[in-house]
Every structure is written in C-alpha cells, then in structure tokens.
Design a binder for this molecule. Structure first.
Ligand SMILES: Cc1cc2nc3c(=O)[nH]c(=O)nc-3n(C[C@H](O)[C@H](O)[C@H](O)COP(=O)(O)OP(=O)(O)OC[C@H]3O[C@@H](n4cnc5c(N)ncnc54)[C@H](O)[C@@H]3O)c2cc1C
Length: 438
C-alpha cells in the first residue's frame, strides 16, 4: 500500500500530470459548443471525454461503451502473479458521470460519416459534430487455424481484460502440478509489446510458488522483443527451470498456426506440436471493428495525422489508442492517455476557434518481473516526417538493462504502481484509485 504523500512524490517522477495540461485561454474555451461522441471508454476514450468536459463543461460529451465496468489490461498480468486482486483492476464510470459526461452502456455498430451519426445496438442514433474512436483491438481469428471466440473459452487469450483474465487464472489454479502452460505470442504490431513477457514472468512466479514442477513454454512469432535483455536476464535468474522461450529464427518459425481446443494441442509453423494443460493463445490483432466499419482503417489499422490523431480517411473523426497507426509509439495505455490529451486539445481548438499548440506525446511501460523488481522502457514523441511521410519521431528514449541494482528496480516498481493510480484518476476521474485496493 502507498499513502497519499508517497503517491504524490512518485507521480512527480513518472511524468504523468494528474490534471490535463492547460492548453488554451479559458475565455476561448468557454465559446466551445457542440456534440462530441466518444466510442470506447478505455484508456484513450475516457481520457478524451474527461479532458473535454473538464475544460469545457458546456460541451455535450457522450461515451458509448459496451461494458458497464472497465477492467484494465494494464496491470492485469500482476493478478496472475498474485500482486493484485482482480477487483483492483475494475473501474466504474461514476467519476465521468459526475463531470456531466453521458455514458451510454451500449455498442456502436455503425457510423454514417455523411450524416455524422452513430447507431447503437440498443436502438438509439447519436448525432455528432466530432467523433472519437478509441475501440482498442479486434482479433484476427482466422490467422490461427482452429482458433475462434468459442475456442478462446477453452484456450483463453486474456488480451482483453475481464472474463478472459479470470478464465486464465482459474485454469492455472486448477492445473495439476507438473502441467505445461503454453503461450502463443504474435508478431508485431500488437497491443502492449512487452506484455507477453511480463505475463510470462507473472505466470512463472505463480508456478514457482504454487506448482513448482510445472513448465511454461513460449512460442513466439518474432526473433526479438521489447526490453529483451532485461527480460531474458529475469527468465534465467528467477525462472530458469520453468520458462522455455522459443523465438522464431532463421531455422525455426515458432509462430502458432493451428490449435485444437478438443485436445489443447498447439502447432507451430515449423511443425512443433505441444499438448498444453493450459494454453494462452494471444492471436494477431487489428483495429477495433467499429473503426473498420467507419471506414477509418487502411489494412489492419487506422492511419492518423500525428499532429492531432485525426483520421486521414474520414473527416471530423479521430482514431487514437491501439486502433491507430501511431508509427513509433507503442500500443499502450500510457500512449492512449497521452494521445487523448492531444485529441481533446484539437477538438477544443476546433470547436472554440482557439489557438493550436504543437502536439507532444510520451510513453513509459513498466513490467513486473518478480517481487519488487520492475523494468521500464519509454520515450517522448513529436510529429515529424520520414521519407515524405508523416510519423511520430522519438527522442529521449530509455530502457532498463541487465545488472541494475535492486534499489533501481524497486523504484521502477513503485513508479509503475503510482502511474497506474495516476492514469485511473486522469482518465476516469476515479479518486478512489489513489489508494490501491489490492
Ligand atoms: C496483458 C496486458 C498488459 C498491459 N500492460 C500495460 C501497461 O503496463 N502499461 C500500458 O501503458 N499499457 C498496457 N497494456 C496495453 C493497454 O491496455 C492498451 O494499450 C490500452 O488499453 C489501449 O487503450 P484504448 O483506448 O485503445 O483501448 P481500450 O482501453 O481497450 O478501450 C477500448 C474500449 O472500447 C470498447 N469498445 C470497443 N468497441 C466498441 C463499440 N463498438 N461500442 C462500444 N464500446 C466499444 C471496449 O469495450 C473497451 O472498453 C497492456 C495490455 C495487456 C493486454
């Protein structure tokens, strides 16, 4: 548990201001009017809505979100390791409702970009002046033969947090000691680049402490991954007898291409077959369905203008977070939250005719390896140009490396915890998150 003073001290160090930046003169903002519809009340969408309504209370802001309660993917790996309760990952929309934001618990299934309306499964049609899409990810089920939403009930992905997270945990708990857990990791790009390896540490920690005869076999579609040196050091140091990491190389393609939910068998491209006691299959991904339906996608993901995350394909529509092509910026909650502030700033400038300021973004991702041992990676980003194309230029990058002191790693752990609570306050206006619940 951390107290408020500790929280404030740490948050000073993690670079996430709890409040949105002061972007405009208040008199100009007071003139902003119009209807903003935000589809997806996750890390990106909630941030946009919270900043818009805090800065310009007269704006009509509606979030359309399928789930009544948001379960964060971020920090959900900690649950597998026993470092968080499931309840501590769940957050209501009460804080946003208190600000005057309308929260429609419903699913957007169509967007008419000519009429500027969004149709909801519940029967309502919402008109918008500006539409914000932050629907997270969809899965490319067809990329793995035998995998499907039904198969995921037996071989969970747990890459969207909620029932899938609970399912994977229940399976790990029910597994006999000596069982093999198999994890399939996709190629780039996908949600949370270091996430699978943090998950590997957390599952391995669970196995080491509860079922020490068990193994975790990772089949990875890539040859390299985020924070690799520090992760590999941790695999060897803490989980040498448990984790078997198989990276794709010139000889072996360890991409999982086929699964059989009836036998829990997993097959790789190069023909390796393994029967799992628990199979965690993380499939390749794409932008959330509604972003495709709105015509914002080009291939799997949605191109945006890096100055403001406006769709380059559809007028008056913004796409941020995991669904967007943010070039160098990884698909993370920190990124989505940072992008959300620029989206809100742009909408306020547009609707109020206020001055625009150059966009600046930031990301840091912490990963927990073992008790009090976390690593991090991050950078700042600004709009730039490369080979005649707009992109986000990284600067000031940093990454944890092997051999760091226990003190540095513990500080990383505390920073990561403080960041979690800061982003929940910042995106969801949920002050109860100041004191960790689990
Ligand atoms: C295991 C794991 C660990 C992670 N750890 C970290 C971490 O430590 N740090 C970090 O920064 N990031 C982390 N991430 C990544 C982070 O969770 C995502 O990058 C982030 O949530 C993206 O925000 P988003 O707004 O794009 O999508 P989301 O937060 O997923 O929000 C999308 C929302 O849209 C809703 N939605 C979708 N379609 C519709 C529709 N048609 N109608 C209504 N609602 C809809 C969904 O229900 C969802 O609530 C992790 C991810 C995973 C899987």
């Amino acid at each position: 548990m951390i107290n408020r003073r500790e929280f404030t001290r740490l948050i000073g160090g993690v670079g996430l201001a709890a409040a949105s930046p002061v972007l405009f003169g208040k008199p100009a903002i007071a003139k902003a009017s119009g209807k903003v519809v935000v589809v997806g009340g996750g890390a990106g969408g909630a941030t946009v809505a919270r900043v818009l309504k805090s800065e310009a209370p007269q704006l009509d802001v509606t979030i359309v979100e399928t789930q009544p309660i948001y379960t964060t993917c971020f920090n959900s790996n900690h649950y597998f390791g026993g470092f968080r309760t499931f309840a501590s990952l769940q957050h209501s929309y009460d804080g946003l409702k208190k600000l005057g934001i309308t929260v429609a618990t419903d699913t957007a299934y169509a967007v008419d970009t000519a009429k500027k309306t969004v149709s909801l499964a519940g029967g309502k049609t919402l008109a918008y002046d500006r539409l914000v899409l932050s629907p997270g990810i969809g899965f490319k089920w067809e990329a793995i033969e035998g995998y499907s939403p039904q198969a995921a009930e037996i071989m969970p992905h747990a890459w969207k947090a909620g029932p899938q997270t609970l399912l994977l945990m229940r399976q790990l708990e029910a597994m006999e000691d000596g069982g093999v857990v198999v994890m399939a990791v996709p190629g780039n790009p996908y949600r949370c680049p270091p996430g699978p390896y943090e998950r590997a540490c957390m599952i391995a920690h669970f196995l080491k402490t509860k079922k020490p005869k068990s193994k975790l076999v990772i089949f990875d579609a890539k040859p390299t991954f985020s924070k690799q040196a520090a992760f590999e050091e941790a695999f060897a140091k803490y989980y040498g007898d448990i984790i078997d990491l198989n990276l794709t190389n010139e000889i072996d393609d360890f991409r999982v291409v086929k699964v059989d939910p009836a036998t829990k068998e997993v097959v790789t491209k190069s023909g390796e077959r393994m029967k799992a006691a628990v199979a965690n299959i993380i499939p390749p991904q794409k932008a959330g369905d509604i972003a495709h339906l709105a015509g914002c996608a080009d291939g799997d993901w949605c191109p945006i203008n890096p100055d403001n995350f406006a769709s380059t394909k559809v007028k008056d529509v913004y796409v941020l977070g995991d669904s967007s092509i943010a070039t160098q910026m990884p698909k993370s909650a920190f990124s989505a939250n940072s992008q959300g502030k620029s989206v809100a700033a742009d909408i306020l400038a547009d609707l109020a005719g206020a001055e625009r300021y150059p966009a600046r973004y930031r990301n840091t991702c912490w990963s927990l390896l073992a008790p009090d041992d976390s690593i991090k990676v991050g950078a700042s980003y600004k709009p730039g140009e490369k080979d005649g194309k707009a992109y986000l230029e990284a600067s000031g990058g940093f990454v944890s490396h092997p051999g760091e002191s226990a003190q540095v790693r513990k500080q990383n752990y505390l920073e990561g915890r403080a960041w979690y609570h800061a982003i929940i306050v910042d995106a969801f206006n949920d002050n109860t998150a100041l004191v960790p619940k689990g």
